[in-house]
Design a protein around this ligand. Sequence first.
Ligand code: FES
Length: 339
Amino acid sequence: MRDVEDMQYAGEVETPEIDDTPAYGQGSTMKARIKKIEWEADGINSYFLTTLDGQDMPAFEPGAHVDVQLKPGLTRSYSLVNDPKERRYYEIAVHHAIDSRGGSRHIHEVWRVGEIVEISAPKNNFPMNEDAAHTVLIAGGIGVTPMLPMIARLEDLGKSWELHYVAATPDRAAYVDRIAAFPNAKIVFDGIEGGAKLDLAGLSESAPGDAHLYCCGPGGMLDAFVALNKGRPSENVHIEYFSADTEIATDGGYALELTRSGKTITVAEGETMLDALLTAGVDIGFACSEGVCGTCQVKVLDGVPDHRDHFLTDEEKAANTSVMVCCSGSCSSKLVLDI
Ligand code: FES
């Protein structure tokens, strides 16, 4: 969230086909109205979403995101930016990526005030430990979005925290005004003359041993952050990808045995496990299609997945008890899945 930017979509931009039936939808989705759009920085707009009937939005925890459905089968995930105490709206920020595959471009070009969109209930893959003696928040670019509700909660709790936020230039840095109000928030710009790099190594080294550290930003930043904090307890080190350079497995040549539906299907060369499942009519949720959001996680009963995602921990991957079907493949000739 999290601004899992521009995930999944490779087609043309289309206007969402959404009716205007009552605000709270089936299951875990709801309809929301775009109440306000604000410019935050170059290429970054914030969108304020409200219920249709004036009720409060559902509660959420810091670090949470919502999946925004742009049309059937096309979903993007965005971190909730507002203070969790503010229940009148959800605020999300959308960075219009230059290399957009459709999601952010769609929102920037198509979404208008007053329109109705469909969103999931809040999900939290980046929860904050509120008992930490000290919290270190590290954000790169649009990765600052999940940090804002975290800061709000930490302030409410009177907790010790610090934020380190790096953006390329002041023009491209969102939410600087809100962040700059806190003396324990540091902002650096690494794309301007006289700017500075974020000292990830120094930050990791100087953080107290019992601190909880959170990082959200580009893949390279997260990889470095994880490597630098290998010596800390894994439960104290938290990351969230907003995009990934996932090498998606499309080798195919293996079978999927689906125990609940009783189907056995073959994943052909050139397709993903998710492609094969959808083609076979298996109803499976997905959002990012690049192994970062966790939506497509499926339980593995037998076989060895070829894990390609950034969602499961190393321990979870080694256990081979679940697989992210959007991007992973199989090392064995067959995977038995609990679907
Ligand atoms: S759809 Fe996001 S991890 Fe697979």
